[in-house]
Design a protein around this ligand. Structure first.
Ligand SMILES: [Zn+2]
Ligand SMILES: [Zn+2]
Length: 391
């Protein structure tokens, strides 16, 4: 009974975590996960606000809204503290529950120290991403950034930043409303880092994602090896087959072994599942950002291209319907002869098929190697940047 309660608990936790973090992904469209995501991100908060308003009055509701404004619209360390708490608590739970099995049958003593090094490296990357300059655009360096990132006249045209009054905001830069500054090669504002991810710190951010994926995978694998070691040290397979008469095959032993683990090592099982899920999510997130880096694109630009494509599509549709209208008017007026053969009319391309293809022409994509080099050594940290013309 206890075992099933634990399994249920694990499944519920996994569903909630997956729905919360990736419920808006296209693969979950129309599913229960998407509805749960909406409830967790908007619905639950909306109910909570109404509840507070009804029970405690409008002053309490305004107070909650004030907290929301502080957390979502201004720089604040809430999520940074949350990240440190998750890392700290998970590490302490692992150390308290599982370090007693190290060294074990499959796990050497050195893992105690290696795990500390792994976490410390993770924290260093966190500090670097959180507290480094993402590439703030100022009146002094704007012209150099314009030379480094010229306008493509498709998704970036020369225009002033109305907030910080930089006359020509460089291409790829964006004004972050939360930090109130223009950031070069702006990717997104990261709440976890309480910082923008931009030209100068994308390298730390991507390294942070990759390293945390590795740490979680490492933790899950070591915990798995600890469990496998316990199976060997306590001769569980021997006891099950010889004393309990269980058939010596994988399918026969598997349920008994799972039952044994859930009864005696539930902390390790839950930790392994938790780390496994987080590492999968991090792998997805890292994969997405690695793809962006390889193609020299930013999250901000993917949205801009989406807007550009839908705008271009509408323009094309308007053009084709205009041509179709002109053609039919010409036929009615007798300026264009009516096609005689039905077969010819059938073969003739309809105006809708004449549409010019819409392509993403990313002028900043310089090939995989140059793109990677640009992430590792940002343009603004190269000598050529300072030798470029000052407007
Ligand atoms: Zn600005
Ligand atoms: Zn920001």
């Amino acid at each position: 009974m206890v075992q099933w309660a634990l399994v249920l608990h694990g499944l519920c936790t996994a569903t909630v975590v997956v729905s919360f973090l990736c419920g808006q992904w296209p693969i979950f469209e129309g599913t229960f996960i998407e509805r749960l995501h909406y409830f967790l991100t908007f619905g639950a908060y909306d109910y909570f606000l109404r509840f507070v308003g009804k029970i405690f009055g409008s002053r309490a509701k305004n107070c909650v809204l004030g907290v929301e404004r502080y957390c979502c619209e201004r720089p604040n360390p809430t999520l940074q503290i949350f990240y440190l708490a998750i890392i700290g608590v998970t590490y302490v739970i692992i150390a308290k529950s599982s370090f007693k099995y190290i060294p074990g049958y499959y796990v050497g003593e050195y893992h105690k120290y290696l795990s500390v090094v792994a976490v410390v490296v993770g924290l260093v990357l966190f500090v670097l991403t959180s507290f480094s300059d993402p590439g703030t655009v100022t009146a002094e360096n704007a012209s150099r950034y314009i030379s480094a990132y010229p306008y493509d006249d498709l998704i970036f045209v020369e225009r002033e930043c109305s907030t910080c009054k930089i006359t020509s905001r460089p291409a790829r830069a964006k004004h972050c409303k939360i930090c109130d500054r223009c950031v070069a090669r702006f990717d997104h504002h990261c709440g976890w880092m309480n910082n923008c991810i931009g030209e100068k710190n994308t390298r730390y951010f991507v390294a942070f994602l990759f390293w945390h994926f590795l740490i979680c995978l490492y933790g899950a694998v070591v915990l798995g090896l600890i469990l496998a070691g316990q199976l060997q040290e306590r001769k569980i397979i021997y006891i099950l087959t010889v004393y309990y008469g269980v058939e010596n095959s994988f399918s026969a032993l598997f349920p008994h072994v799972v039952q044994y683990f859930l009864a005696s090592y539930n902390a390790q099982i839950l930790l392994t599942v938790f780390l496994g899920i987080i590492s999968l999510l991090l792998a997805g997130f890292f994969g997405y950002h690695a793809h962006l880096c390889l193609t020299n694109m930013t999250t901000n630009e993917t949205f801009k291209w989406q807007d550009y494509i839908s705008w271009k599509r509408k323009v094309n549709e308007a053009k084709t319907s205009e041509t179709a209208l002109k053609e039919s008017l010409n036929i009615m007026n007798g300026t264009t002869p009516v096609p005689q053969s039905k077969w010819r009319t059938f073969c003739k391309k309809s105006p809708l098929q004449k549409e010019e293809p819409i392509v993403v022409n990313n002028v900043y994509n310089k090939g995989v190697f140059c793109n990677i080099y640009e992430i590792l050594v940002p343009l603004s940290q190269r000598r050529s940047f300072f030798h470029s013309k000052d407007a």
